[in-house]
Design a protein around this ligand. Sequence first.
Ligand code: KG4
Ligand code: ZN
Length: 381
Amino acid sequence: MPDVFILGIESSCDETAAAVVRSGEEVVSNVVYSQIATHQSYGGVVPELASREHLRAIVPVVRKALEDAQQTYDSIDALAVTKGPGLAGSLLVGVSYAKALAYALEKPLIGMNHLEGHIHAVLLEERQNGNCELEFPVLALVVSGGHTHLFLAERRDHGWIYHDVGHTRDDAAGEAFDKVAKLLELGYPGGPVIDFLAKHGNPQAVKFPFAQIKHRDRNPQNRHAEDEQRVDFSYSGIKTAVLRYVETHDMRASIAQRRHVLAQSANPSRQDVLAACDPPTLDLVASFQRAMVNDLVSKTLSAAREHNVATVLVTGGVAANSELRTAFQSAAAEEGLPVHFPSRKLSTDNAAMIAAAAYPRFIAGEIADSELSADAGLKLR
Ligand code: KG4
Ligand code: ZN
């Protein structure tokens, strides 16, 4: 089969990204424009600002991705764009731009699910590293700022189908990292800074219990099993638990002090944040991360046993977490289960994953028509 070069475009949240991927197996270029600086002072993504930044960045980001790949608008074979899930205004920028470009170039356009993209970030890199044979069934944990989902992934003809076997009932895991970092005045986004600080604290200092949320799926539309055990997540409680701990341990003054110290610098480094943290704060951060990691690992492996899977994939922004990676690797090894992650660069939002996931759909002829639109609540099936 001849090489197929797909230009991927991603704008579902706060990263404007474009990439060129060859035949779903080689990243030829990968450009990510992050809006962190825009949202930093708010401690979270502001949707209106995100859409405005996407509008500003999308044309230069796409041009750079083509340039880096030594491709042109004419030489690429197809375009792929994230149509959902995500922020409606942000998605609209990518979808409208990709539709206009595909129409003008008379090239096929594939509308993609962002979560499918995260799963294919792992598959793309495994193929790139020469591992083309994953054992099935596959269980994928997609864990990011907006999502915490467990999917069983199966191959069907040339494509893939997905079955949701568990998801968060409230906050996503990355959202908990971001909210706890905001509460403790550690900066934004919370995941990378907590990952760094946790190494300096005692993870056993504070205990955060998690509820086991298991129930039987009795939805008759569920084709997998009428009586299937689901494993769901819940991360809104841990933020409240951290807040209560702060209040009962008189940590407000040290948080205010840190805010004051870090406000002196325009762009404080991680070392600056570390220097502004006292031992009780570092212990709290390390314990929070340990609790999150234990919950994600134990529930994912419990679902892996329930569904008798042969391979586990862990992907999305939180998959960049170093403790999560180590914990997954050792717990899965004990069960003889291979576990794969994307590189850190492809863990967080990017467009290479969108272009890679689009390849089997392109081969299967799943081309979008003029009705393609953004769908903020798009489900993966
Ligand atoms: O996949 P992503 O870029 O965007 C979404 O689809 O949501 O994920 C961003 C999320 C943020 O919540 C961020 O705090 C978290 O991923 N994150 C991490 C780490 N790096 C990013 N969480 C924990 N540890 C990290 N090293
Ligand atoms: Zn994402």
